[in-house]
Design a protein around this ligand. Structure first.
Ligand code: NAD
Length: 278
């Protein structure tokens, strides 16, 4: 982490926030933190990662250089208001949420637009909680940065150096473009994995019965329901457009099967293979 960062506050010490806190502490940054789960907050303090636990008002947050919100996306807007009130104009406020439109709009509405830079690191996996957090999670990870229309240019550069400091590869993207893109690259695969798992559950098929392909396809079904419900609601319009396309593909498969149309079936698999080979 750049020498500009001496202190940071991480709110939400789960997989993403906990991993970030570990990386920051390992680089000599003084980390204060908060999690509404008291066991995880205590574990982070006992591990020597969080040096100062915060209370829910964040009154002890002081003059930290950066605050990172790392909670499910439906909880972040409320926390943003409290963080804004507890910190000074010098503090960069950022987050790690998987959707960006709502939090960027909220930062603007709260008058925090000048010092907010939304962030989304493409890192992590289906596990959750402090127990799953680890050092090095962000190494080589793409990190989308979504400033508001009012973010100060020096704070966008600061956010860029901050994420580079924990190994990330930041790039700036408008929040609306981020959400449309992620509907395809992340949210559609998660919803399809959840749909597949639900269909298998309905048919009484357990995951142990699956071969390697089926296991690959259903890994994302193990993701946190709390986190994914919030993402789905937040990006509903863009996810629906992607799901409509997937539904169309499923219909074409079903029609080809019903008609016993070998050419049509082969064309569906060939389209998939061409995409894969590219
Ligand atoms: P997680 O469930 O592992 O951690 C979330 C933590 O936030 C938990 O410890 C929970 O107790 C705490 N929390 C929830 N609401 C809170 C509140 N109001 N106040 C204080 N603490 C609260 O989830 P995660 O995987 O670390 O995800 C955190 C954020 O990162 C989410 O917004 C998610 O969209 C985003 N994200 C996740 C991944 C991933 O692969 N898991 C990847 C990139 C971004």
């Amino acid at each position: 982490v750049t020498s500009e960062v001496r202190s940071a506050a991480v709110i939400g010490l789960g997989l993403i926030g906990g991993s970030l806190a570990r990386d920051l502490a390992a680089r000599g940054v003084e980390v204060c933190g908060y999690d509404r789960n008291p066991d995880d907050l205590r574990a982070a303090v006992d591990a020597g990662i969080v040096s100062q636990p915060l209370d829910p008002t964040f009154s002890g947050i002081g003059d930290v250089d950066v605050v990172v919100l790392a909670v499910p996306v439906d909880g972040a807007p409320d926390l943003l208001a409290r963080v804004g009130a507890a910190t000074s104009d010098a503090t960069l406020i950022t987050d790690v949420g998987s959707t960006k439109g709502r939090i960027v709009a909220q930062a603007t509405a709260l008058g925090l637009g000048e010092r907010f830079v939304g962030a989304h690191p493409l890192a992590g996996d289906h596990r959750s909680g402090w127990g799953a957090s680890r050092c090095g999670l962000f190494t080589d990870a793409r990190v989308y940065l979504c400033p508001t229309d009012a973010t100060r240019a020096d704070l966008v550069r600061f956010a860029d150096r901050f994420w580079q400091g924990v190994g990330g590869r930041p790039c700036v993207l408008r929040a609306e473009d981020h959400d449309r893109k992620l509907a395809w690259t992340s949210h559609l695969p998660h919803v399809v994995a959840a749909t597949l798992a639900a269909a298998l559950a309905g048919a009484g098929v357990s995951r142990e019965e699956l071969g390697p392909g089926g296991r690959d396809m259903t890994r994302l079904a193990g993701s946190s329901p709390e986190m994914w419900t919030a993402i789905a609601q937040d990006n509903a319009v863009a996810i629906d457009a992607a799901l409509a396309a997937a539904e169309g593909e499923l219909s074409r498969f079903r029609a080809a099967l019903a008609a016993d149309d070998r050419n049509a079936l082969s064309a569906r698999f060939a389209t998939a293979r061409t995409w894969f080979d590219r």
